[in-house]
Design a protein around this ligand. Sequence first.
Ligand SMILES: Nc1ncnc2c1ncn2[C@@H]1O[C@H](COP(=O)(O)OP(=O)(O)OP(=O)(O)O)[C@@H](O)[C@H]1O
Ligand SMILES: [Mg+2]
Length: 243
Amino acid sequence: MLNIENLKCGFGKHEILHGINLTIPKGQITAIVGQSGCGKTTFLKTLNRMVEEEGGYLSGTITLEGTDIKSLPKEKLRRRIGMVFQQPIAFPHSIEKNLSYVLKYHGVRNKKEIAEKITESLQKAKLYDEVKDQLKKSALKLSGGQKQRLAIARSLCAGPEILLLDEPCSALDMKNTIAIEETLLELKDQYTFVIVTHNLAQAKRIADQVIFMDQGKVLEVTEKEQFFANPASEPAKEQIQYM
Ligand SMILES: Nc1ncnc2c1ncn2[C@@H]1O[C@H](COP(=O)(O)OP(=O)(O)OP(=O)(O)O)[C@@H](O)[C@H]1O
Ligand SMILES: [Mg+2]
């Protein structure tokens, strides 16, 4: 469980997140929705402390299973909280190496174990059947949707507890979007997912909990059914009306 108390964040004099309090429950899919520029990506980047690397500041408390994330070394934190970005990153190496690199970084040395974990992560990300005969081929040859699933497989190789996904489907067609949604639904008992999405219909399909943000504030943290049936805030009502 991730607990966030009075989280503020900004760049220079410009405060972007104005005191966020919420809990992200384990083993669920939490969707973060809200208009462009409201601070969704910035919020995700506070959770793995990327925001500080980009020159931002943050205050307040974020605890992961009771441990203040500030007390965790960055590599440990990012092993426990992985992130998948909107534009999938495939490194200019073979599909296999894109994954074995992460495994080796995390201390997996045994070749058989590496091969097993590669298969497992590709299966979890629903990419295995499409690439099993071309693991030695360049990952750059994959389609956008396949690269996004490879990015998910790579994150899973680190053995995270939580996976943050920033608009993972915005550049994908329906078939690839559905593959990713199915992946998240099938794996949510093993991981905790936090997905930023512009697409309210996607949040309705897959989320358990919805966080609605507006201008750097969290206006609602609610169960999905409650959010879509009866949103509490005017900005959320307005957005839902256009679904
Ligand atoms: N590195 C940065 N330096 C300065 N300002 C930043 C930085 N990153 C984000 N911001 C500002 O923070 C605000 C929130 O941006 P953020 O990217 O978090 O929004 P978002 O909700 O993810 O938007 P979108 O839906 O368009 O991706 C914006 O006003 C943006 O200009
Ligand atoms: Mg964003």
